[in-house]
Design a binder for this molecule. Structure first.
Ligand code: TRP
Length: 418
């Protein structure tokens, strides 16, 4: 991999060359032809994330659209490693996932890998990881996903459902593969070596549940691709479709380099940030502006290195014409950094204020989204309102379980895993 940057599921740093990453990882760029097809298919203007190449790379997206056009609906699968509060960088792919759910009427499986974060972070307790699952789920729900089509689960709480699929995967991944893909060494704890199997499981769960192959699309930040390379290699061996993937870039940090990251709280905006604190973070961002107003007017600014401009680009200026005007004004020295920052700070604060309201309201909705093994069958029963489906599930429940709500479930036979 290029010496100037690193992209792995656990370490993203340096100035990332995304073109190089496509080559290194062996993914496909999202090209004009694919975008035209997307436009034709959705009958709409492209969403900002595709227009601006925030989502820039994919695996098997053409195949997925072929299946879709042939009448096979796909399921979305994405996730989050709950090691702390959600920041704006996390929201980017989730917002796009929401767009996908709406556009393609697709169910969403959302995995919280609290097990992974517990294993990876020395100082993170299991309890903390699980509480971040809850906190992060509030942010997911706040984005407006449809409760009837969305399941959010914690690995630690949904392990019974996922375990058998994970085992099928684990049996087919050697240590040598894991080491080559992730760079593990003798000091890596053995939990981490297994974790890709668990992250693979939700890609097959829709097929397991349906009893037939279901196409799956995984929207993800590009750092997760190594996991799913392994998943895709294993899929045919288990008789499943390879999951398709669509990859996004990282939201840069407010300090002007690297991605927005939990290890740099002063240049990262969290969804739970106090509004005054968030404003201050924006106002102290790196712009690369000139040393004096005179110089700025004479020489102009450099939007390509300016963190503030990146924020407009990624999240806070939907209107392409206005974005272009801002860029030109900056280059010509017609707008000063202070003004640009103030405007962005206002937008960020307004966004956060609304998001925090929805986030609070989400506390009453958590039960509509979270599925767990404690009462997995009841979770399902709560969901479909279709009478026929409820009747079917009741029958399944009688067949498989001998439980009343609140009791532990004992599985008698499992038809779905042969
Ligand atoms: N491991 C991911 C993280 O640390 C979380 C995750 C699980 C995920 N499943 C996913 C992300 C699927 C994208 C798609 O953030």
């Amino acid at each position: 991999m290029n010496q100037d940057f690193t992209v792995t599921p656990w370490d993203v740093s340096g100035t990332i060359d995304y073109k190089k990453l496509i080559e290194d990882f062996g993914t496909e760029p999202i090209d004009g032809e694919l975008l035209d097809r997307w436009k034709r298919l959705t009958g709409d203007d492209l969403p900002m994330a595709l227009q601006r190449k925030v989502f820039f790379s994919h695996r098997d997206l053409k195949w997925l659209l072929d299946r879709y056009e042939a009448g096979e609906k796909f399921v979305l699968y994405t996730g989050r490693g709950p090691s702390g509060h959600t920041h704006l960088g996390h929201l980017m792919p989730w917002m796009f996932t929401k767009y996908l759910q709406d556009k393609f009427d697709a169910p969403l499986y959302f995995q919280m890998t609290d097990d992974e974060k517990f294993l990876f972070k020395q100082d993170l307790s299991m309890k903390e990881a699980m509480s971040y699952t809850y906190e992060n789920a509030l942010d997911v729900i706040a984005l407006g996903f449809d409760p009837k089509k969305t399941k959010i689960f914690s690995d630690l709480e949904y392990s019974k459902t996922l375990y058998r699929i994970a085992m099928e995967v684990a049996k087919r991944v050697t240590f040598s593969t894991a080491r080559a893909v992730f760079g593990f060494d003798n000091s890596t704890n053995i939990g981490m070596i297994f974790i890709t199997s668990f992250q693979s499981a939700p890609a097959f769960l829709p097929s397991v549940e349906a009893g037939k192959n279901i196409p799956v699309l995984i929207p993800q930040a590009i750092d997760q691709d190594p996991h799913f390379r392994v998943t895709r290699d294993i899929a045919p061996k288990l008789g499943y479709y390879k999951p398709a993937a669509i990859h996004c870039t990282f939201l840069p940090s407010l300090s002007g380099s690297d991605k927005m990251s939990a290890s740099k709280p002063e240049s990262t905006i969290y969804t739970v940030d106090d509004l005054k604190v968030a404003r201050k973070k924006v106002l102290s961002a790196f712009t690369g502006g000139r040393v004096s107003v005179e110089e700025q007017k004479k020489l102009g600014g450099t939007p390509s290195v300016c963190a503030i401009f990146q924020y407009y680009y990624y999240l806070f200026e939907m209107d392409q014409e206005k974005l272009d005007q801002r860029e030109q004004k900056c280059v010509r020295g017609e707008i000063m950094c202070g003004e640009c920052k103030q405007e962005l700070a206002d937008r960020v604060v307004k966004f956060l204020e609304k998001h925090q309201e929805k986030r609070e309201a989400a506390r009453d909705k958590v039960q509509d989204f979270i599925v767990s093994d404690y009462s997995a069958v009841y979770d399902k029963l709560k969901r479909p309102q279709d009478k026929k489906e409820v009747a079917k599930l009741m029958k399944t429940m009688k067949e498989y379980c001998s439980v009343k709500e609140g009791e532990q479930i004992s599985v008698r036979k499992s038809k779905e895993f042969k």
